[in-house]
Write a protein that binds this ligand. Sequence first.
Ligand code: ZN
Length: 207
Amino acid sequence: MHLIDIHTHYIGADSRHAILNCTCHIPGRNISLGTHPWNITNNWQQQFAAIEKAVTELNVIAIGECGLDKLKSPADIELQKEIFRAHALLAEKAEKPLIIHCVKAYDELIAIHKEVSPLQAWIIHGFRGKPEQAVQLARAGLYISLGEQFNPDSAKTIPADKLFIESDESNTPIADIYDAVAKAKGITAMELAQHTAQNAVKCNIIL
Ligand SMILES: [Zn+2]
């Protein structure tokens, strides 16, 4: 059974089953492309145009990470929303899932989700929030990815058909993160891996 790593910045991650977040092509790697809310500059339109051009490449699996961050982005929330919407529409056009970074802006995110009404999957990465928040997101149809710093109560609450696992910035083996989340959910890592593999297919992710 493959352990899919839905989002990583770690170049040492399993190249076959991990989606590497990057800003340029790395031959032989499955990648996602997007403008992180921390990295918004005055040149964002130029950056975005380059992303738009590159998304048709075979190894671009997803759009992102992109999103909203009320704590750490240099851009104000209105500009962040504009850039995030642009990524969401690109995901629709490219028929690829969207990988989302969201900090203290879940209401805004859910409002944009309603407005865009996407056919493509939206995946919240690195979710550390509370169970109530997880339930709200899953009910809205979003997928939730857990990394090393997950909240065990939220892990219990997230429906298995809305769950992903990631290593993000950590170089902890993805198998260890699967073990920890599976334990919190009271299932085996193998069962968890079956769910994430099925979810990947539903999200149009072919690794
Ligand atoms: Zn990340």
